[in-house]
Ligand binder design. Structure first.
Ligand code: ATP
Ligand code: MG
Length: 568
């Protein structure tokens, strides 16, 4: 490709509305342009990377026997009524009506559609297992689209679905899918971790996320360096803090704590660490009042809490409801004497003797409170979030470490959730009619472009890993008014192209400085620099961006050197 004739707009300024490096760099390198919030065009440079990602994903899917299909983007609303996801997806689902007023959705994922396909044809265990996949645009009206293509409202996903007669067969496909994801990420040149996760709106219980480690990522994961346990923050469990400051309960005592509201203020007032405080969070589940008790240094894990009480629709009480129930302003709720409230205590509180809690009066806290003696928990369950340094539940020796990253893939064992709801059945060996056992496997194709950059950039720009660079080589002639430079540049450009490389020829009539800056910004791993002085000796410079190394080589060796670099 000749730069002078290409749609490759680059710019120096950091775009104001782009918060993270990948978004800034994708805009500056002219890879993407925004049409409206969360909706992007991929320009030629960006599209090349997207295409390389798709190719690798496709190769690895085909290799494990997954078959490529293309399902519709436009989905009839009734399908979502069958599975109850019209309600579950809620506002995330883009909805529209046809001219007769019939409801449609723009596909956010394809469990319903693929199950509809399968129920029509797959009738016998002999036809199983089957795995179908597609690489297709998805629509989700995200609450907060941001970070460019990282969290968009229209994005590309690879989604695969599998149908099985047995759990063993599902496990086999699940494992080979995880293997394919590891190979894909390795081929991309990304450092990623497979973690246990929560399933969200997709459902099912066993599921894993693939997290590309990066500081700007929205995902938080915990890993145990001793045993390898890894889970995202929603899923993670632990045995609690490595050291627990103990206070004996002694006698319960209510203390005036004027003006002390936050955990920090109250723990400062009592001169104890925040973990000794216990937070009382009040919720409504239908008409029922529920109190969640968690250690002062931890957040409530709302997913685990919802599971514990069996109500995904439970909501925090309004300040008015809190005051009506506790007779105190917000911030002073406590479990002692709280009548008509279902108390769910975090499992970690089993190890507490004396707790400091709100006194259900303005400006007062109660200390020396003991669970079982001073109040009764109707339920004890692990409902608090893990924090860094916690003891690992899996091995009991390691201390959990926190990392951030980007969720690039998510695989789920769906079991019979969709097949049962949609009456998708087959005849098993024993002549019984059974619902398909299913799995589904998502991979963020357009998000992968941004995730790769998050792991591979420096102050000059993108540093594409070899497999994903939009071009293998950029050829940069320094003086276009020199006839020798022009003829050499043409022959190198042709020779590299013939050798099978993607070559960008920077034939713009610009000074060397801006050309080098642009080459570094768009991040091509190899630059061939043609300067008059070297050319006189039949030589040129090869600059390797990832290694930050320059070699002077004979013009006649350029193709061989590039081949060697890419090990082709
Ligand atoms: P997230 O938690 O980031 O919202 P999700 O769990 O809702 O994602 P899945 O339903 O698991 O996403 O989708 C599979 C994959 O699709 C994700 O792992 C991610 O790589 C990609 N993906 C999901 N939502 C978006 C989005 N809004 N923009 C870009 N990629 C996305
Ligand atoms: Mg997910």
């Amino acid at each position: 490709m000749r730069w002078s004739k290409s749609y490759l707009p680059t710019y120096k300024e950091v775009p104001k509305d782009a918060e993270i490096p990948s978004h800034q760099l994708m805009l500056r390198a002219g890879m993407i342009r925004s049409l409206t919030s969360g909706v992007y065009s991929f320009l030629p440079l960006g599209y090349r990377v997207l295409h390389k990602i798709e190719t690798i994903v496709r190769e690895e899917m085909n290799r494990i026997g997954s078959q490529e299909v293309q399902m519709p983007v436009l989905h009839p609303g009734e399908l979502y009524e069958e599975t109850g996801r019209l309600k579950n997806f809620g506002e995330l689902l883009f909805q529209l009506k046809d001219r007769r007023g019939r409801l449609f959705a723009l596909g956010p994922t394809h469990e319903e559609v693929v199950t509809d396909i399968a129920r029509a044809e797959l009738k016998s265990y002999r036809q199983l297992p089957q795995t179908l996949y597609q690489i297709l645009v998805k629509f989700r009206d995200e609450f907060r689209p941001r970070f460019g293509v990282m969290r968009a409202r229209e994005f590309m996903m690879k989604d695969a679905y599998s149908f099985h007669a047995s759990q063993e067969s599902l496990q086999e496909t699940y494992d080979s899918m995880a293997g394919a994801y590891h190979r894909i990420l390795e081929r991309f040149g990304l450092e990623a971790v497979q973690v246990e996760a929560e399933s969200g709106a997709i459902g099912g219980d066993i599921n894993h996320e693939f997290i590309v480690l990066a500081n700007a990522g929205e995902s938080v994961i915990f890993r145990c360096p001793s045993c390898g346990y890894a889970a995202n923050d929603e899923r993670a469990v632990s045995l609690g803090a490595s050291t627990l400051e103990k206070e004996s309960s002694g006698k319960m005592e209510t203390v005036a704590t004027p003006g002390q509201h936050t955990v920090e203020e109250v723990s400062g007032f009592f001169k104890v660490s925040p973990q000794r405080l216990v937070k009382t969070l009040l919720y409504k589940s239908g008409e029922k009042n529920i109190a969640a008790l968690v250690p002062g240094d931890r957040e409530l894990n709302e997913i685990k809490f919802a599971k514990a009480i069996g109500d995904p629709d439970a909501r925090p009480m309004t300040p008015e409801e809190v005051t009506a129930l506790t007779q105190a302003p917000v911030g002073f709720a406590g479990p002692v004497g709280l009548d008509g409230v279902h108390i769910v205590a975090d499992e970690l509180l089993n190890d507490y003797d004396g707790m400091i809690v709100g006194a259900n009066q303005a400006d007062a806290h109660t200390r020396g409170v003991k669970m079982g003696r001073d109040f009764t928990a109707a339920q004890v369950a692990r409902i608090s979030m893990v924090v860094e340094g916690d003891r690992c539940t899996n091995c009991d020796t390691g201390r959990l470490k926190l990392s951030r990253g980007v969720e690039i893939g998510h695989i789920f064992k769906l079991d019979v959730k969709y097949s049962k709801a949609m009456g998708a059945t087959f005849l098993d060996k024993d002549g019984q009619e059974k619902a398909f056992i299913m799995g589904c496997y998502g991979f963020g194709v357009s998000r992968a472009v941004a995730a790769t950059i998050e792991q591979h950039y420096d102050e000059k720009g993108i540093r594409w890993p070899k497999a994903l660079s939009p071009f293998h080589v950029i050829v940069t002639p320094l003086n276009l008014s020199d006839a020798g430079t022009v003829s050499t540049m043409e022959s190198i450009y042709t020779d590299l192209g013939v050798a099978g490389f993607d070559v960008l020829l920077d034939d713009r009539d610009l000074r060397p400085g801006p050309k080098f800056k642009d080459a570094e910004l768009i991040g091509v791993p190899v630059r061939v620099t043609l300067g008059e002085r070297n050319l006189k000796d039949g030589r040129c410079e090869l600059y390797y961006r990832l290694e930050d190394r320059t070699d002077v080589v004979a013009i006649t060796d350029v193709v061989a050197k590039v081949r060697e670099y890419y090990a082709l």
